[in-house]
Each structure stands twice: as structure tokens, then as C-alpha cells.
Write a protein that binds this ligand. Structure first.
Ligand code: AHR
Length: 499
């Protein structure tokens, strides 16, 4: 028996809509034959696929991070601007792929502008440094009359793009990263690049690289050292985490949201410790700018030592199961319940590469299972995230110890009283939940769920196309009490009111 208790006045904080971001990297087929494919039947005059843009709208992605990822750490952004016919292909060492430079900064930023999505740019702090980062920022945001802004204007774009979100490199703690650095080297460089970027455009928000995962040996010490150099300069610290079912351990996989929660709380504690030492009132927030289910350990192995690839190779095109969709829903619960700390989130990635949207070159596009919980939450989560008290059983897992059997997150729009309640049942049995709202009144109008038992791993396009949200189990209202039922291994989004 589970009880969920909430009240409209007990809030975590406003939901930053940027938590529903995604990620476009020059990796595999995310850009080429993903968002961009001139000659495709749906391509617009700029060569971008309309079918993919429409699915991105339906997904509800609010932010797109670009151009990487590991790719950014050896990217020369100047090679990707100016007349396309003058651009030279370049060998990207992160993915050992020839980058044709047909899509670069201008094409991407204009795409975001047309689609009404906020861009989040990353600068190369792997093979490059302060000068190149500042030049790119000036190219994007500078007014006429200085070298790089004038280059943008000469390339046909008069008005500055006004890009607000900037990542100071990518996963610089990772030995796989081109130009990998230790925490002191990176901290100093990020502080100097950030300082110069702020002098170029004081209106920007800066993200320092945190750890690439909580399992890195340097985790904790990395955050402490990097923030000791950058605390006064950056706004956010990044987090990256990918989860997968390993050795058939379903319980641990379903408990991934608890691991994500602990990761967020540890990074927040590291940041606050630096703030406390400095007696600073500033609060560093989190840019969770890569998260998803990714069969990284179990399936990626064979793709690591690739020969040099050309023409948008198929790299890490994971096919998701129904269980993966439930876990994605649960990870969203975790992000929403930390709304006071997590300012930005990016589901990595948007198209083809560990993605909710898939395409065939010259052909169709379709939704993977993971599309559905993301799109549903992005549509419904509005206003304030609420403190949700869940009294439930504990499940023992091999990877995370005890985790709650049921997790929940809730948002309420203070103007309208519209309530969204997202609940995961991590058990194999149906669960009954009593919803308690002492001092307030709740109604639940209905809900929709993703279920884990309908598609197995790697069943492919046809199974994915048949998959979708199903009606939630019937809700009971009696004598002012609300009783919810949760299908086994499911994530349900309930809609209602709370006043
Ligand atoms: O999203 C795929 C890769 O995962 C990114 O390039 C990198 O930042 C991370 O390791």
C-alpha cells in the first residue's frame, strides 16, 4: 500500500522549461540524415527535414545542445561557417568520422530560430582555448563593428543570435576526450575562458563540466576542484548519466531514478560546500545536459574502435524496449523533483543516436518508445514542482541498495490549479495508491501510462510504431479521497486539479 501526500503550497520551485531539452551532436546520423537531409521529400528550402522538425515539436524539446558531445573537443567552428562550397571536410577524431561541414553554426542557430527552440552551444576546450571560445561567442552574439561579428554579417546574418547558454567544453574529466585535462588544468582554463566570454557578453549563462558519470574515479574531487576555480564565474555545473539494464537485473534498472537522485544530491552538496567556504550567497545550479537510457556497456563495445567512417554512419542507434520507456519516465520524475537544483536537462540525443526519433535516409521517421513519456511530461509539467511525500515499500536492488517501490513527481499551475502527477510503479504487481492532499482538494480527471511488458529489447520499427501511451487504470474518488491504481512496471501521468 502506497500513500502520496501533497499540498499546493509545499513547493520545490518553479519548473524551468529548459529541463525538457535535447541534444544534437555531429555524431553518426543525428545531423546528416537526421535533422538535415537536402533532397528528402520533406526537406525545406534549407535542407532540414520537416518530418523530423514536426516530431521534435511534438516531443516538446525546449533546448538543443550543440555541436557535441565528444565531437566539440576537436571541432574547428570556423571550418563550418561561410559559403558551403568553400568549406573543407574535416576528420573528427571523437567518432573517427569525416565531417563534411555542410551544417555549422549558422545553419544550426537559424534552424533553432525557425523552430522556436533555444540553442545551447558548447565551446572546444579540448584542442582549443580562450581565444577561439571568445571568437565563437562574438561571432554568434556580437554587434557589427568587430572582426568576428562582421564575419557573421559577411556570411549573411546581420542580427546577432543572442545565444544565452554556453557549455565550457564537454566531459573534460574523461580520458577518452580529445584534449582531456585534469581538474586543475580544466578548472583554470574554464575560469579564464568563462571570464573572457562574460567580458564579451555579460548576459550569457555558463556551464562548467562536471563529471561524465558518478562512477568516474575522480567524481567528487573533480567537482570540488573545478568549482574552486570557477564558482564565481559559472552559473551551472554539468551532469551526465546513462542507464542500462545489465545482466538481466531488471530491479536495478528500474531503480535508476534513485541513482540519478543521489547523483544530483551529491553534486549539489559539492557545490554548496564550496559556496559555504566562501560564505557566498550564490547557488550553483545543475545542467543535466546528457541523460538517457544507453546500452553503453553491453552493446557499445563493438562500436568503439571504428575504422574511419564517411557519409553519416549508423553509430549507437539503440532500439528501445517498453521497459526503457518506463525508466525514462522515472528519470523525468527525478529531474522534476529536483526543480530547485536542475535548471537544464538534455535528453541525449534527439535523432537516430540513442534517440526518441528515428529516420531512414530518404524515407520515414518514427517515434521510439522513449518518445512518449518525454512528450507527455513536457506537455503537462507546468508551473511549480511540488514536494511529494511518498510512503511506499522498499525494493532491494543489487546496484543501488534499497529503492522506493513507487516514485512520484507533481507540478501545479498556481493560476489555474492544473495538476500533473507522474507516478512510477517499479514492481511487477499492480499497486494501489491513496492520494492525500490535507488542507486542499484534488481531483484526477484521467491519465495515460507507458507499460514495460509490451515490447522486448531491439524489436525495431514496427513494434515501436505500435507502441504508445495507454489509458491509466480507473481512478476512484470517494468521500474526498482519491485512489489511484498503477499497472505493473509502469509510468503514469495523471491530470487533474489541486487547490
Ligand atoms: O551522447 C553520446 C556521447 O556520450 C557524447 O558525445 C559524450 O559527451 C558522452 O560520453
Amino acid at each position: 500500500m502506497t500513500t502520496i501526500t501533497l499540498h499546493p503550497d509545499f513547493r520545490v520551485g518553479p519548473v524551468d522549461r529548459r529541463v525538457f531539452g535535447s541534444f544534437v551532436e555531429h555524431l553518426g546520423r543525428c545531423v546528416y540524415t537526421g535533422i538535415y537531409e537536402p533532397g528528402h521529400p520533406t526537406a525545406d528550402e534549407h535542407g532540414f527535414r520537416r518530418d523530423v522538425a514536426d516530431l521534435t515539436k511534438e516531443l516538446g524539446a525546449t533546448v538543443l545542445r550543440y555541436p557535441g558531445g565528444n565531437f566539440v573537443s576537436n571541432y574547428v567552428w570556423e571550418d563550418g561557417v561561410g559559403p558551403v562550397e568553400d568549406r573543407k571536410p574535416f576528420l573528427d577524431l571523437a567518432w573517427r568520422t569525416v565531417e563534411p561541414n555542410l551544417v555549422g553554426t549558422d545553419e544550426f542557430l537559424q534552424y533553432c530560430e525557425r523552430e522556436g527552440i533555444e540553442p545551447m552551444m558548447a565551446v572546444n576546450l579540448g584542442t582549443r582555448g580562450v581565444a577561439e571560445a571568445v571568437a565563437l561567442l562574438e561571432y554568434c552574439n556580437g554587434e557589427a563593428g568587430t572582426k568576428w561579428a562582421d564575419m557573421r554579417i559577411a556570411n549573411g546574418r546581420e542580427k546577432p543570435y543572442g545565444v544565452k547558454l554556453w557549455c565550457l567544453g564537454n566531459e573534460m574529466d574523461g580520458p577518452w576526450q580529445i584534449g582531456h585535462k585534469d581538474a586543475h588544468e580544466y578548472g583554470k582554463l574554464a575560469a579564464e575562458a568563462g571570464k573572457a566570454m562574460r567580458l564579451t557578453d555579460p548576459s550569457i549563462e555558463l556551464v562548467a563540466c562536471g563529471s561524465s558519470s558518478m562512477t568516474m574515479d575522480t567524481f567528487g574531487e573533480w567537482e570540488r576542484t573545478v568549482l574552486s576555480y570557477t564558482y564565481d564565474i559559472v552559473d551551472h555545473i554539468s551532469m551526465h548519466a546513462y542507464y542500462e539494464e545489465l545482466d538481466g537485473d531488471r530491479a536495478s534498472f528500474l531503480g535508476s531514478g534513485t541513482a540519478m537522485s543521489r547523483f544530483i544530491e551529491r553534486v549539489a552538496a559539492s557545490a554548496d560546500a564550496i559556496g559555504a567556504e566562501r560564505r557566498s550567497d550564490k547557488r550553483i545550479t545543475i545542467s543535466f545536459d546528457e541523460w538517457n537510457v544507453w546500452y553503453l556497456k553491453s552493446r557499445f563495445v563493438g562500436e568503439k574502435n571504428l575504422p574511419i567512417q564517411r557519409d553519416a554512419p549508423r553509430i549507437i542507434e539503440d532500439v528501445y524496449s517498453a521497459l526503457d520507456a518506463v525508466v525514462v519516465g522515472d528519470l523525468i520524475n527525478t529531474l522534476l523533483s529536483h526543480a530547485d537544483r536542475v535548471a537544464i536537462g538534455c535528453l541525449a540525443q534527439l535523432v537516430n543516436v540513442i534517440a526518441p526519433i528515428m529516420t531512414e535516409p530518404g524515407g520515414e521517421s518514427w517515434k521510439q518508445t522513449t518518445f512518449h513519456p518525454f512528450a507527455t511530461a513536457a506537455r503537462l509539467a507546468r508551473g511549480e514542482s511540488l514536494q511529494v511525500k511518498v510512503a511506499t515499500d522498499a525494493i532491494a536492488t543489487a546496484a543501488h541498495g534499497d529503492v522506493p517501490a513507487v516514485t512520484a513527481a507533481a507540478t501545479v499551475d498556481p493560476e489555474t490549479g492544473a495538476l500533473a502527477l507522474f507516478v512510477t510503479n517499479r514492481t511487477g504487481e499492480e499497486q494501489t495508491v491513496t492520494l492525500r492532499t490535507p488542507g486542499a482538494a484534488a481531483t484526477i480527471a484521467g491519465g495515460a501510462a507507458v507499460l514495460a511488458d509490451t515490447i522486448g529489447p531491439r524489436e525495431g520499427k514496427q513494434a515501436a510504431e505500435a507502441y504508445g501511451m495507454v489509458d491509466a487504470l480507473p481512478v476512484e474518488h470517494a468521500d474526498g479521497a482519491v485512489t489511484l491504481r498503477l499497472a505493473p512496471e509502469s509510468w503514469t501521468a495523471f491530470r487533474g486539479t489541486l487547490r
